[in-house]
Structure formats: structure tokens, C-alpha cells
Design a protein around this ligand. Structure first.
Ligand code: GLN
Length: 251
């Protein structure tokens, strides 16, 4: 009897091990068969709501990568400053949000190959008299919280002059309402915001040129490798450029 019991125990134990191991092998995404993407869907043309659907460059690139990996794409919309935390805590597999690769962020997450370039620009009201970066000294600057625009502005002009908003659109609204004198934000969303709001203009000065990439959990080297392999193929065969051209018409 004792023997049978211990045999049964061994069986149960080895079964658990097999099941356990099996699970580990496929568990390179948070949810089996699904690529969960964290984003902040107020950043046109990279991610934004079209009715109730989230669309944009980042969505289509993530979808193309997911297709290559045989995964279903699931999008989680959250505040921009929650994205890296979601990736770190294993709540999302990847963060795509027109996110710039920075030394500081590299301490928290890994970044994929870069798939696009962003430029920090300055939006002001037409006829504001602000014509250069020097003119921003002592002015109220609106930014989106925790973005590189926020980091640069705070470094250069001091936090007293920087007004942080949760969404880029809210910073632009504050500019329209005269609560701030300028907004520092990425160029493509800037163009969208200027088109959507009358009386605004983008200064010709480029503030900083940056690389956009996908944030991935530091421990998930398997996903990083697979994601990069798929992304590289999509860059090489022109798919990524096609997606970008669809949302950013040539000038
Ligand atoms: N590129 C900027 C950054 O990474 C802004 C991104 C965003 O607002 N979605 O900080």
C-alpha cells in the first residue's frame, strides 16, 4: 500500500513537472497566444481613437509583428507614464507609444530595434512673438507628463516653468486657452494638433531628434529576440515604411 502511494506521488510530481516545464516553454507572452501591447491612444498618428477603435502606426506595426509570430494582438490603453511599469510588472508584453529610447528608460526596460524617428518641436500661438528656443526662457511651457518633452523642458527651463498634462491634447488645449505660452511635443502629433486647432504654429527649430522603439521586459529576452526578428523583416520588406506612409503623407 505504502509503495502504491509513493508511486502515485512520484507520478503526480512528475506530471506537475512536465506540465510546469511545458508551460514555461510557451510562456514568452503574458497570455498564451496573445501579444499584449500597452499604449496611450492620444498620440496621433501613432495611436489614436477612430470612433471606439484604436488605430495608428504603432498599432499596425504591432499587428504585423503579432501576425508574423502567430499571436493575437490585444491593446491596453493607459496613461503614458504607466506603460513602462506595465511592461516591467508583466501586465503587458510590449509598450509601443511613439516611445523614445532613452538611457534612463533603458535602466527599466529593453528596447527593440528602432522603427521610426521623432523630433521634439515647439508649438506656439501665431503672432506670439516666440520665435526661437531662447524666447522660451521664463515662459510657461506645456508638456505631456513623463515624456522626453517634459524631461528636456524641466532640465532646461526648470520645473517652475513646466506645466505637465496627462495627454498631449490637454497641453495643446491649455495653449489655445492661454494658460501656457508654448508646448513641447513630438513633431507628428504636433502637426495633427495644429491642424485641429486654429491659430497655432510650429517653430521651425527642431528641439531634439529621437528614435522610437518598443519597450519589452528586461527578463524576456525570448520575446525581444522574436519581436526584433519579425520587426527587422518588416523593415526590410518595406512593410513598416508602407504603414508610416499611410499615416504620414509626404509633404
Ligand atoms: N516620444 C516621447 C517620449 O517617448 C513622447 C511619447 C508619447 O507621448 N506617446 O517620451
Amino acid at each position: 500500500m505504502k509503495k502504491i502511494l509513493s508511486l502515485a506521488l512520484v507520478l503526480v510530481l512528475s506530471l506537475t513537472m512536465v506540465v510546469g516545464c511545458g508551460k514555461k516553454e510557451v510562456a514568452y507572452t503574458v497570455e498564451d497566444g496573445v501579444l499584449t501591447m500597452a499604449t496611450n491612444a492620444y498620440f496621433p498618428p501613432y495611436e489614436y481613437y477612430d470612433g471606439t477603435e484604436i488605430v495608428g502606426i504603432d498599432i499596425e506595426i504591432a499587428q504585423a509583428v503579432a501576425d508574423k509570430l502567430g499571436l493575437e494582438l490585444k491593446i491596453e490603453d493607459m496613461e503614458f507614464d504607466s506603460i513602462i511599469i506595465a511592461v516591467q510588472r508583466g501586465k503587458a508584453d510590449v509598450g509601443l507609444a511613439g516611445m523614445t529610447v532613452t538611457e534612463d528608460r533603458l535602466k527599466s526596460v529593453s528596447f527593440s530595434e528602432s522603427y521610426a524617428t521623432g523630433i521634439q518641436v515647439v508649438i506656439v500661438k501665431e503672432g506670439s512673438g516666440i520665435e526661437s528656443l531662447e524666447d522660451l526662457e521664463g515662459k510657461k511651457i506645456g508638456v505631456q507628463l513623463a515624456t522626453t518633452g517634459d524631461i528636456y523642458a524641466t532640465d532646461e527651463f526648470g520645473s517652475d516653468y513646466v506645466h505637465q498634462y496627462n495627454k498631449g491634447n490637454d497641453a495643446v488645449l491649455a495653449l489655445v486657452q492661454g494658460k501656457v505660452d508654448a508646448v513641447i511635443i513630438d513633431n507628428e502629433p504636433a502637426k495633427n494638433f495644429v491642424t485641429a486647432n486654429e491659430g497655432l504654429t510650429i517653430l521651425p527649430t527642431e528641439y531634439a531628434v529621437e528614435d522610437y522603439a518598443a519597450a519589452i521586459n528586461k527578463d524576456n529576452t525570448e520575446l525581444l529576440e522574436k519581436f526584433n526578428e519579425a520587426l527587422k523583416a518588416l523593415i526590410e520588406d518595406g512593410t513598416v515604411q508602407k504603414i508610416i506612409d499611410k499615416y504620414i503623407p509626404a509633404e
